[in-house]
Design a protein around this ligand. Sequence first.
Ligand code: HPA
Length: 251
Amino acid sequence: MSEQFATGPVGIIGGTGLTRLSGLVIEGEQQVVTNWGEPSDRLVKGRLGEQEVVFLARHGNPHRIPPHQVNYRANLQALYDAGVRTVVGVNAVGGIHRDMGPARVVIPDQLIDYTWGRASTFFEGELESTTHIDFTWPYCEDSRQLLVESARKAGVPFSDFGVYGATQGPRLETAAEIKRMERDGCDLVGMTGMPEAVLAAELGMRYSCLALVVNWAAGKTEAIITIDEIEAAIEQGMTGVKRILEQSVAD
Ligand code: HPA
C-alpha cells in the first residue's frame, strides 16, 4: 500500500459522473450533520482493496445540488470528522489547453479562483486571531505524485500538470471568458474546484484533484457545448478515473 494514502481513511469526493464508486466494498453509510450543516449526501464507508475509503457524492445522489449550492464546508468537515486526512476530489471540467480534450484525465498542479459569494473559509465569526493559511501550492504534491504514478501504472493517458480555473456557474462560460482565462494561464475550467481545495487546506488535509475533461471549453471549437457530448466523454473517461483511484490504493 502506498505511504501517503496509508494513514487512515482516504476521502474521495465524486463529482459529475461519479456519484457511486463501483469497486468500493461498502461497509456502511452514515448520515451526519456538522457545525456547518449537512453534507451533500451520506458518507459511504468501505474498502477499495485494503484501503479504507470514505466516499461522498459532491452533488448528492442522485445528482441534484448545483456547484454554487454545494455546502463545501459541511462536506470537508464531515470527512474530517470521519477521520479523513487525505482527500481526492474528482472533478468534471472543460478543456482549454490543446492537449486537454474530451475524456482526458488531468492531475492539475495549480488553480485560479473566479468563484464568488461562496462560503469559502472556516475562519469566520468570533475568532481569537486572524489566520491566513499558505496556499502557494493548492494541491498536495505527494498525493499528486501518487496519482501520477497510479495513472502510469494503470495505463490511462493523462496530463500531470494544469491550472484549474474555478468558475461560479451554474452556466457555462462565454467564449470571451474562456479567452481571458486562457490569457490568465488556465488549462481547465470547472465549477467545483473551489472552495473545496482551500477548505481542505484550512483543515490541514492533503488534497489533490483528479479531473476528467468532459468538453472543450466554450469557443475552443465552432460548436456549442451539449449535454450529449458531456455524457459521452464521461462514459468514455470515467473508467480511467476509477482505474487510477483503484491503482492508487492498490500498491
Ligand atoms: N466549464 C465549467 N465547468 C465545467 C465545464 C465547462 O466547460 N465542463 C464541465 N464542467
